[in-house]
Design a protein around this ligand. Structure first.
Ligand code: ZN
Ligand code: ZN
Length: 172
């Protein structure tokens, strides 16, 4: 049984022995209790490095990735900025305050995608948090009815366990 611990914090706690399902979205854990925090919608695009809203057949998904904090001074890190312009193609992420920098590869590994969805298979609404790592998958292209390779953030519907893909938009 879930009990509402604190409506403002959007977090729920349940005793571990009461909870048998696959555990997703668990933020706070000790030996007896599990905590679940509902996703908080992003306040602005500025704190995000990625945002997408997609229709997926009869369902849909909104996904976002928050900027990570600099391990040295806790400022939001991003692509380097030069003369007011973001260097989109830079291969590193830097802290605008103390100039700490790390490779994109290292930086992206630490990030999570937060996702709210309506499942295209069972129509359930849900939310989940997964590592921000795209997989290459084959999907059937709706235009010419053949299999194409796309990159996607893939996750499982909490209710029906079917896979849901948020695909990266391809050019042309
Ligand atoms: Zn810093
Ligand atoms: Zn489902």
């Amino acid at each position: 049984m879930l009990k509402n611990f604190d409506t403002d914090s959007r977090c729920f706690f349940t005793q571990r022995k009461d909870y048998q399902n696959n555990i997703t979205n668990v933020n706070i854990i000790n030996d007896d209790w599990l905590g679940f925090c509902m996703l908080k919608d992003p306040e602005s695009m500025e704190g995000l490095i990625y945002f997408t809203r997609q229709m997926i057949k009869s369902g849909n998904a909104v996904a976002w990735v928050r900027k990570a904090l600099c391990p040295k001074c806790k400022t939001q890190m991003g692509k380097p900025v030069e003369k007011g312009k973001i260097k989109i193609r830079a291969k590193e992420y830097t802290c605008p305050k103390c100039n700490y920098s790390e490779s994109a590869e290292e930086h992206l590994k630490k990030l999570n995608a937060e996702i709210k969805y309506k499942c295209p298979h069972c129509s359930a609404n849900g939310e989940t948090t997964i590592p921000f790592m795209r997989k290459k998958i084959r999907i059937l292209s709706e235009e010419d009815n053949k299999e194409i390779l796309v990159e996607a953030l893939q996750f499982q519907c909490d209710k029906c366990k079917e896979k849901i893909n948020i695909t990266k938009k391809m050019k042309g």
